[in-house]
Write a protein that binds this ligand. Structure first.
Ligand SMILES: Cc1cc2nc3c(=O)[nH]c(=O)nc-3n(C[C@H](O)[C@H](O)[C@H](O)COP(=O)(O)OP(=O)(O)OC[C@H]3O[C@@H](n4cnc5c(N)ncnc54)[C@H](O)[C@@H]3O)c2cc1C
Length: 397
């Protein structure tokens, strides 16, 4: 059988569902945007509509209350939502935790969390970054120690998105020292992942004055003797590095979908303006190649980024090994994030001074596009990965 790049009827239905659900709120779009950009709050009505339509359930099989349509379906839904400027990291972080619990959690954890996630009843966030462990997760210092039928977690995390509004959090900890792991010749040994109830005593949150992921807030978290039931361990103790990519790959794929949706929005806003705006009489500015060619370049890169994004989601859905999915999802994230920066920049260029006006809602996306170059993984770490794993070049670090 040859290649088939067409979307299935089911996939088209998913896109259509999102168009309809966003349009049903037409009269509230202005208010939603005010909440997202001014209050850093994501409208609960949009979260609920997305989940009620079964779209969070795409990454969860039917036996756990989802619809099992897969990450590609969720990516298409999320891309479409972002093409209206209504994406939120909430969907990404909840879905990435769900895929990790699904693939590595105990049966009890799956039964406890997945049906509620599929229904939109639970929101989850993800905490890996620490002051000295961002690109280098192996430098994680947050410690989890077993005490009877609990683990006691102490340490800190930084830049964590949305713990203030989430119910649970997947936390990366160290259950064996890095030095021991290095001595044993396996520096990835010693990490463990836990699902933590955010209402537990022992968690302090400090909001960070950060821009970029509008509609959500970021926090520094401090864990002081935070007690977690042992059954909340996801996967095996010390072997967290083996399973972490079943969260990180979906995160990168959905982040790529977010960028692709944002580019669509920027192209729509720039081209509709360029078709109308006349500066020297006669033809509109869209006829000037200084305006049209950069937009055409963004469009070409958009198609490339979209293909990479769908391919990586498809690879995940096929159950391909995490390193193979990682390869595609890294390439998708880099390509789509680079193009999102160009797209916002060129949309601003097209609108001239109006590009900076809040009314046209382009400048708001500048920081988000730029964040996607840095998070969830930096552009440099992706280039390192591709150089090492695809090109077999030696590491510099
Ligand atoms: C808005 C926002 C939301 C976030 N939300 C979350 C969240 O919910 N949960 C979470 O866990 N984290 C979150 N993060 C953290 C994010 O994942 C990290 O900021 C990112 O992975 C980079 O880590 P760092 O900031 O520690 O940078 P560092 O690792 O200190 O890197 C600094 C710079 O050095 C470069 N660099 C480092 N090592 C190398 C190398 N070997 N070769 C080449 N260059 C290198 C990096 O590419 C980067 O440019 C968020 C960040 C932001 C900005």
């Amino acid at each position: 059988m040859g290649f088939d790049f067409s979307l299935t009827d089911e996939h088209k239905m998913v896109q259509d569902t999102v168009h309809k659900l966003v349009r049903q709120f037409d009269s509230q779009h202005v208010e939603f945007r005010r909440q997202i950009f001014k209050e850093q709050v994501y409208p609960e009505a949009l979260w609920k509509a997305f989940c009620d339509a079964g779209l969070m359930g795409c990454v969860i099989p039917e036996e756990y209350g989802g619809n099992g349509m897969g990450l590609l379906a969720m990516t298409l839904a999320f891309e479409t939502l972002n093409s209206y400027g209504f994406g939120s990291p909430l969907f990404v972080i909840t879905a990435m935790d769900a895929t990790c619990i699904l693939n590595h959690g105990s049966e009890e954890l799956k039964q406890r969390f997945l049906p509620k996630i599929a229904q939109g009843e639970l929101k989850l966030c993800y905490a890996h970054t620490e002051p000295d462990a961002g690109s280098n997760v192996f430098n994680t210092q947050t410690v989890a120690k077993r005490e009877g039928d609990e683990y006691v977690i102490s340490g800190q995390k930084v830049f964590i998105t949305a713990p203030d509004i989430c119910d649970y959090m997947l936390v990366v900890t160290r259950t064996s020292s890095f030095e021991d792991a290095v001595k044993a010749g396996n520096k990835s040994y010693g990490l463990s992942l836990f699902v933590v109830d955010l209402k537990s005593p022992g968690i302090e949150m400090q909001m960070l004055p950060l821009m970029g992921l509008e509609g959500s807030k970021q926090f520094a978290l401090f864990f002081d003797n935070l007690r977690v039931p042992a059954e909340n361990l996801v996967g095996e103790e010390n072997l967290g590095a083996k399973i972490i990519f079943d969260s990180l790959n979906p995160e990168r794929i959905l982040a790529a979908g977010m960028a692709v949706g944002m580019v669509e929005l920027m192209l729509q806003r720039a081209t509709s303006y360029a078709r109308e705006r006349k500066v020297f009489g006669g033809k509109p500015i869209g006829a000037y190649q200084s305006i049209s060619h950069p937009l055409a370049e963004v469009k070409i890169q958009q198609e490339a980024a979209r293909l990479l994004t769908y391919r990586s989601a498809w690879a995940f859905d096929q159950g391909m090994p995490a390193d193979v999915v990682g390869n595609y999802s890294n390439m998708a994230k880099l390509t789509s994030a680079d193009n999102a920066i160009k797209a916002v920049d060129q949309a601003i260029e097209t609108l001239g001074g109006y590009g900076f006006s809040e009314e046209y809602e382009i400048i708001h996306f500048w920081a988000t596009a730029r964040v996607l170059k840095t998070a969830p993984i930096t552009r440099e770490m992706i280039l390192n990965f591709v150089a090492e794993h695809n090109l077999k070049l030696p590491r510099s670090y």
